[in-house]
Design a protein around this ligand. Structure first.
Ligand code: BTN
Length: 326
């Protein structure tokens, strides 16, 4: 990951774990003057980072604003490709829109677009997506798998298992489940949505835009009234503040890993992971598609990620896209 000089400095402080770093040491290591170091620290202070001067030892990072900036995300990153390029924005219309432009301009596989807030966040089925400033994770990962367009929907399921397992690895006070195809619920309330969009030619995917929206640090009062009975956040369920940068890096790591598994071994291992975390399979559901309403028991997903519903007369119907009520 190529970071700006300011972010290189910040990353060193974030990794220093409460030990002071001398200005001279930073200047030598980064090949710039002590005055330049001091100027970058000033800028960081203006952005909300607090530094103390410790006599004879240097500067100590004493407080940090809660941001998902590249330095912070990178300090947790263990991936080879995903998140190695990060476009960070305080505010944007939608990370999907920005990612679309970047993908058309040739952005590399694994590029991350992430914002503190979105003014025009997009949900599935052209619904708006609430993106409270600084509280959630609003991000899009651009991936460039060498697959035909027909395989694109499976990546939504790859993303769902990556996110659910990243969440399970970090938080222990609740169990998230996947609601087909792409919602992550905790205790029946939605905390995450995924929107997969595609740039493609007839026979080849050019780029997939995996849009991920996660309610992380909202309290109930932060949600609009219409969402208060159906939404939740990780922090509400975990009873702790969520380190968003750590979660972003963990998701990128699971997403890279499961994308590799999918590309080398196919959908079966992903299907198994998906079923392991599913809150839909085995339940009676009502699926509203564009054409009809289907009621029955969800019995599984097929190789291509289609949800199979068994009707009361025994007939099995496959659903590609629908709103599901449990
Ligand atoms: C859903 O309807 O459940 C999908 C919601 C996806 C929201 C995310 S937030 C980041 C990315 N940018 C957007 O505008 N939408 C996705």
């Amino acid at each position: 990951m190529t970071l700006s000089m300011k972010d290189e400095i910040l990353k060193r402080f974030l990794l220093a774990n409460n030990t002071p770093i001398s200005g001279q040491h930073l200047a030598d290591e980064l090949g710039i003057s002590r005055t330049a170091i001091w100027k970058h620290l000033q800028t960081l202070q203006e952005e909300g980072y607090g530094f103390e001067t410790i006599k004879k030892k240097g500067y100590l990072l004493s407080s940090t604003p809660d941001k998902v900036d590249p330095a912070r995300v990178t300090s947790f990153l263990t991936t080879e490709r995903f998140g190695q390029r990060i476009h960070y924005l305080e505010e944007c219309t939608s990370t999907q829109i920005i990612a679309h432009e970047l993908a058309k301009d040739g952005a590399q596989d694994g590029t991350l677009v992430i914002a503190e807030t979105q003014t025009n966040g997009k949900g599935r089925m052209a619904r708006p997506w609430e993106s409270t400033k600084g509280k959630g994770i609003w991000m899009t990962v651009i991936i460039r798998p060498n697959v035909p367009p027909s395989q694109a929907p499976q990546f939504t399921l790859v993303a769902a298992v990556a996110i659910v397992n990243a969440i399970k690895s970090l938080y222990k006070n609740f169990t998230p489940t996947i609601k087909w195809p792409n919602d992550i619920l905790i205790n029946g309330r939605k905390c995450t949505g995924i929107l997969t969009e595609m740039l493609a030619e007839m026979d080849r995917v050019e780029a997939l835009l995996i849009g991920i929206g996660i309610n992380a640090n909202q309290q109930l009062k932060d949600f609009p009234e219409s969402l208060q009975s159906i939404a939740t956040s990780l922090s509400i369920e975990e009873h702790e503040p969520i380190n968003r940068a750590q979660l972003v890096a963990t998701i990128l790591s699971y997403l890279e890993n499961y994308t590799n598994v999918y590309l080398s071994e196919g959908f079966l291992p992903i299907k198994a992971l998906w079923e392991e975390s599913s809150g839909t399979i085995g339940k009676r559901i009502k699926a509203t598609t564009l054409r009809e309403v289907i009621e029955g028991t969800a019995i599984g997903i097929t190789e291509s990620g289609v949800l199979e519903i068994q009707l009361d007369n025994g007939e099995i119907k496959g659903v590609y896209s629908a709103d599901i009520e449990l």
